[in-house]
Design a protein around this ligand. Structure first.
Ligand code: FES
Length: 146
């Protein structure tokens, strides 16, 4: 049911933890399952390169695996490049997720966006394509994939 990569990132998650004095922090939840995700970003103010990224979650295995992969994918990237790290890109990097677990991968994407939003607000910058984060990933959305 789960790919080897998903199992690997679930059993050995990368970048778990916190960054003290992080440049940006984002927290999102999924009201349907009650899972919560928090992402910490360390961003270079000059180059806008994400030097470090860590996550903490109270979430299911798929949320752990996607966050682990997502944090690996945004590290070393610029803010603009990190915006391309969508849940779809993360799922592809993990060789897919079962359809009922696709929404879990949204937690990582939304939490990264929320952390970037936090950074942008603190520095008075606008990140192209970035929208104000939702506190719940299902906010304002019709029931879709269930
Ligand atoms: Fe809640 Fe996966 S079941 S994030």
């Amino acid at each position: 049911m789960y790919s080897d990569k998903v199992m690997d990132h679930f059993q050995h998650p990368r970048n778990v933890g916190e960054i003290e004095g992080a440049s940006g922090v984002g927290t999102v939840g999924n009201a349907k399952c009650g899972d919560i995700m928090r992402i910490f970003l360390d961003i270079d103010d000059e180059t806008h390169i994400i030097r470090d990224c860590k996550f903490k979650t109270f979430g299911c295995g798929a949320a752990v695996a996607t966050s682990s992969m997502a944090t690996e994918m945004v590290k070393g990237k610029t803010i603009e490049e990190a915006m391309q790290v969508t849940n779809k890109a993360v799922m592809e990097a993990l060789d897919g997720l079962p359809p009922v677990k696709v929404h879990c991968s949204l937690l990582a994407e939304e939490a990264i966006h929320a952390a970037l939003w936090d950074y942008a607000e603190k520095h008075g910058i606008v990140i192209e394509g970035l929208e104000k984060p939702k506190s719940d990933i299902h906010e304002g959305e019709e029931d879709e994939e269930y």
